[in-house]
Design a protein around this ligand. Structure first.
Ligand code: ATP
Ligand code: MG
Length: 570
């Protein structure tokens, strides 16, 4: 028989003060509401309230996976090194990978993701195109030895992930599996109460060609995004956007004294032009040792990820290197630089004819410089980080910027793993072909943190019903009163019978303490049972998220709340 939870028994040790180590609202509130505790850096224990929410998120995931015929399995957390050697990631994956040895000195990894294990699992047993497609998934702890584990559940070292892998015979098949997962991921975000954008992403470590990340919008998010009213959205690292050219003054190439600080802002102010009309120079050493000067519109930054694509693991030049290549800090430019310097420029500047650019001489710039005439650009590349106001690549309108938390990501992998690991099936003609694969990850524990990030106020968490640890809290103000307690208990029982999850604050605490804890834990509805109201046959129902309070007759409150709660369970 289901019953209600008594607050006096609930293991949720709340904290009055904000813990010093927590910066983000979600981290602070999950700690303060007694939902999580740190075991070590990046390792968290989930207490009963957090676990209840996590199980609800998992239920949503399971329902959505079942709806697209993905099947749940469970593979070992630990992966033998040979599988990672097979795929080539044993050497490619950096220090985030936790490597272990057993008593026989055999090497293993603690899986940070499980492409290898799943590919190995099917490679000897999915034999024919007739058995395809297949999508398998699991919900399991992952370990990544993050350089900076932080923000509580947001960037842990051990965290809960749902990871799915699809196996198809053809590229079209893979795309269909991918689209089904992608659509399911959008529904999962929505059902968990998250406002999220699907954004075109960089494929990073996992590889492959097409990928979308679901970004929960939040100021605290680590990702910088641009999005458009037309539906386009992208990570600034992956977006190729339109940047309207603004020309510098004049078209004659001329050296001019610029007695201003060596910054774009001061140069623009001194010249009376926009920052966009200036050209910004970044000097780097590419992975192969080549010195490179990257020229960009003055109001844009060199994007790290795009630069890595173009130059490999590059280093920013130090002053000594700059000096060796004839570059002067604050006044850098292509003219007068050492001939060994490879000059590249952002694609947006390709048609620009009048460049206001450093003269490689302290206190001087060059105006009216024209590529092809006054200096050479050897390559035009997409290098700039997209930003607010740049043109949408789909419709041309001005982009907005936002910050987001990556809660999930879907990838089309193609044959990257199947080829490396020799995972093949026989097609209609009996020809062995590598599987077309996709992989799909959801940060389950990160999703919980993202929900709190989007649903809180200065008093605590405001759980959306769908993932709330409990749906209703009953707050009897005088537990000893011979009217109040029976009323509270009667409502609790009635709600439980109606299938609603209830906590009753049965503690002999002051009203202020109970209200503060109720707001902190943030269950969606509070039923306040005060002596006077109960005497008149009423209780007060507070909607935690809106703060709205209504008096409801005791004999109607179960129906009133059932209607509200059930309609919001997505
Ligand atoms: P990030 O860029 O934030 O490090 P990622 O892109 O490396 O994440 P994926 O490999 O795409 O992560 O993993 C799938 C999902 O797992 C992510 O979308 C995220 O929600 C979650 N995740 C990844 N790393 C962590 C972590 N350190 N802590 C909590 N969740 C994580
Ligand atoms: Mg990712």
């Amino acid at each position: 028989m289901k019953s209600y939870m008594r607050m006096s028994k609930l293991y949720a040790p709340t904290l009055k003060e904000d813990p010093a180590e927590a910066e983000l609202a979600s981290h602070k509130l999950l700690l303060r509401a007694g939902m999580i505790r740190k075991t070590a850096a990046g390792l968290y224990s989930y207490l009963p309230l957090a676990w209840r929410s996590l199980l609800k998120i998992e239920t949503v995931i399971r329902e959505e996976m079942e709806a697209i015929d993905a099947q749940e399995i469970q593979v070992p957390v630990i992966v033998p090194a040979e599988l990672w050697q097979d795929s080539g990631r044993w050497n490619a994956y950096g220090p985030e990978l936790l490597r272990l040895k057993d008593r026989h000195e055999r090497e293993f990894v603690f899986g940070p993701t499980h492409e290898e294990t799943f590919t190995d699992l099917i490679r000897h047993e999915l034999r024919s195109y007739k058995q395809l497609p297949v999508t398998l998934y699991q919900i399991q702890d992952k370990f990544r030895d993050e350089m900076r584990p932080r923000f509580g559940l947001m960037r842990g070292r051990e965290f809960i992930m749902k990871d799915a892998y699809s196996f198809d015979a053809t590229v079209e098949g893979m795309q269909a599996s991918y689209n089904a997962e992608k659509d399911a991921y959008a529904r999962i975000c929505e059902r968990c109460g998250l406002r999220a954008l699907p954004v075109v992403a960089d494929s990073g470590q996992i590889g492959g060609d097409t990928s979308v990340e679901f970004m929960a919008l939040a100021e605290a998010g680590e990702a910088e995004l641009v999005w458009c009213d037309c539906g386009f959205a992208a990570d600034v690292e992956a977006a190729t956007v339109g940047i309207a050219i603004e020309e510098g003054p004049g078209t004659e190439c001329e050296k001019i004294a610029t007695p201003c600080e060596g910054s774009i802002a001061s140069l623009a102010a001194f010249m009376g032009v926009s920052e966009r009309a200036c050209r910004k120079s970044f000097a780097i050493i590419a992975e192969d040792g080549t010195p490179v000067l990257c020229l960009l519109p003055g109001d844009h930054e060199l994007n790290d990820v795009k630069a890595e694509h173009a130059f490999g693991h590059y280093d920013v030049m130090d002053e000594e290197q700059m000096a060796a290549y004839g570059l002067v800090k604050g006044y850098m430019g292509p003219i007068g630089a050492d001939a060994r310097v490879r000059v590249v420029a952002d694609i947006a500047l390709k048609d620009s004819k009048s460049w206001l650019i450093g003269a490689n001489e302290e206190g001087y710039h060059i105006k009216g410089a024209q590529p092809g005439r006054d200096f050479e650009v050897v390559e035009w590349l997409d290098l700039a980080s997209a930003k607010e106001g740049d043109a949408c690549p789909k419709c041309g309108r001005a982009l907005h910027s936002a910050r987001g938390i990556e809660v999930s990501q879907v990838f089309q992998l193609g044959t990257k793993y199947s080829e490396a690991m020799g995972a093949t099936f026989a097609d209609e003609n009996g020809v062995e072909r590598p599987f077309q694969m996709g992989c799909y990850g959801i940060g389950v524990s990160r999703t919980l943190a993202a929900v709190v990030e989007q649903h809180h106020d200065e008093h605590g968490i405001c759980w959306p019903v769908c993932v709330a640890p409990y749906e209703v809290e009953i707050v009897p103000l005088e537990t000893a009163d011979d009217l109040v307690w029976p009323a509270a208990e009667g409502i609790a029982k009635g709600l439980v019978d109606a299938g609603i999850e209830v906590v009753v604050d049965d503690r002999k605490e002051r009203a202020g303490v109970k209200f503060a804890d109720a707001d902190l834990m943030g269950f969606p509805y509070q039923v306040v049972c005060g002596k006077r109201a109960v005497k008149n046959g009423n209780v007060e129902v507070k909607d935690r998220a809106t703060g709205e309070r209504v008096e409801v007759p005791i004999d109607e409150v179960v129906a009133y709340l059932s209607e509200k709660v059930v309609s919001q369970r997505l």
